[in-house]
Design a protein around this ligand. Structure first.
Ligand code: IPM
Ligand code: MG
Length: 358
């Protein structure tokens, strides 16, 4: 079968982690007899430097014909002070919107091998973490209009609009309920319905949608409580369904309690191809180009891509098992290093995982 994708390395550690993704894909193709057709495109700061735009038309055109997009990371201090309409992050927000990738799946799993790296108290970490954040990705306060900055009565004011239509809520809610059916049949919807109108509609529509999924148990939490529950007892969660901004914040929290942001993959999907896969972490400019980055989040994103975009469950599991084997051999990158372990760089980690596949 043909694995037809576009790779967008982006900025910072993006290039080195994408090299590892390619290694893994080459290995999967060899072992399982597939062909990979990989094209490349520019996004973020790298695209600004070359073309003046964080998401050039050419990149969209290249992605258009593909089944999936694999993205590294965008942003860095070099572009912090440029015109805010062309910031690197606009490239990421733009590609999500362009392909209507409204459902962002961010699994947070505490690998037993990394339990000592978790920031949680040992008796809490002991209970395990295996949850999935389903974050709405193309609406809410990130994209709502009106937005802007202006003068009012001699003062600068700035504003954004948190807005959802019922269809936008319904379609992402369905993704969460469907995901729960492949997991532990529980969805916790997170909102701020005690204060925000937009959250009241969110809750109503989620409750309505839940009637199509009577086998899935639905609960609700206010976002402040959810943030607290995530550190108090993350083992209580299965699927967390939430809006764009709350999901941005809670998914970082969910990620860091597992021990390292460097371990967590994500998928962003719409109703048709291409879907987009990327590590949850950012471009880490401080360690870029030093062969220090942890490529495992990217490698696990490749597994998610094969599973969801190509229905290659065996191949996905082979990658996930290979990651576990390498961790089981006490091999670590710097971010998940602990005493008694062997530290390796980004490229060596990629080689070691590839070698365990098949
Ligand atoms: C994320 C990131 C992005 C977001 C930024 C880089 C625009 O934090 O993917 O979580 O806020 O969505
Ligand atoms: Mg974020």
């Amino acid at each position: 079968m043909e694995i037809n994708i576009c790779i967008l390395p982006g900025d910072g550690i993006g290039v080195e982690i994408m090299n590892q993704a390619e290694k893994i894909l080459d290995r999967v193709c060899l072992v399982f007899g597939h062909d990979a057709d990989m094209d490349y495109g520019l996004i973020g700061g790298a695209a600004i430097d070359e073309t003046g735009s964080p998401l050039p038309r050419e990149t969209i055109d290249i992605c258009q014909g593909k089944d999936a997009i694999l993205l590294g990371a965008v942003g860095g201090p070099k572009w912090d002070h440029i015109d805010k309409s062309i910031r690197p992050e606009k490239g990421l927000l733009g590609i999500r919107k362009e392909f209507d990738l409204f459902a962002n799946l961010r699994p947070a799993v505490l690998f037993p091998e990394l339990r000592s790296a978790s920031l949680l108290r040992p008796d809490i970490a002991e209970k395990g973490i295996d949850l999935l954040v389903v974050r709405e990705l193309t609406s809410g306060i990130y994209f709502g209009m009106p937005r802007g900055e202006e003068m009012r009565q001699g003062q600068r004011v700035a504003y954004n609009t948190m807005i959802y239509s019922e269809e936008e809520i319904r379609r992402v809610a369905r993704v969460a309920f469907e995901a729960a059916r492949r997991r532990n049949f529980r969805v916790c919807s997170v909102d701020k319905a005690n204060v925000l109108d937009v959250s009241q509609l969110w809750r109503e529509v989620v409750v309505e949608t839940s009637r199509e999924y009577s086998d899935v148990e639905l609960s609700h939490l206010y976002v402040d409580n959810a943030a607290m529950q995530l550190v108090r007892d993350p083992s209580q969660f299965d699927v967390i369904l939430t809006s764009n901004l709350f999901g941005d914040i809670l998914s970082d929290e969910a990620a860091v309690i597992t021990g390292s942001l460097g371990m967590l993959p994500s998928a962003s999907m719409g109703l048709k191809n291409p879907a987009l896969y990327e590590p949850v972490h950012g471009s880490a400019p401080d360690i870029a180009g030093k062969d220090l980055a942890n490529p495992l989040a990217t490698i696990l994103s490749v597994a998610m891509m094969l599973r969801y975009s190509f229905s290659m469950e065996r191949e996905a599991q082979a990658i996930e098992a290979a990651v576990k084997k390498v961790l089981g051999k006490n091999i670590r990158t710097g971010d998940i290093m602990s005493p008694g372990m062997k530290q390796v760089g980004c490229s060596a980690m990629g080689d070691l995982v590839a070698a365990e596949i098949g």
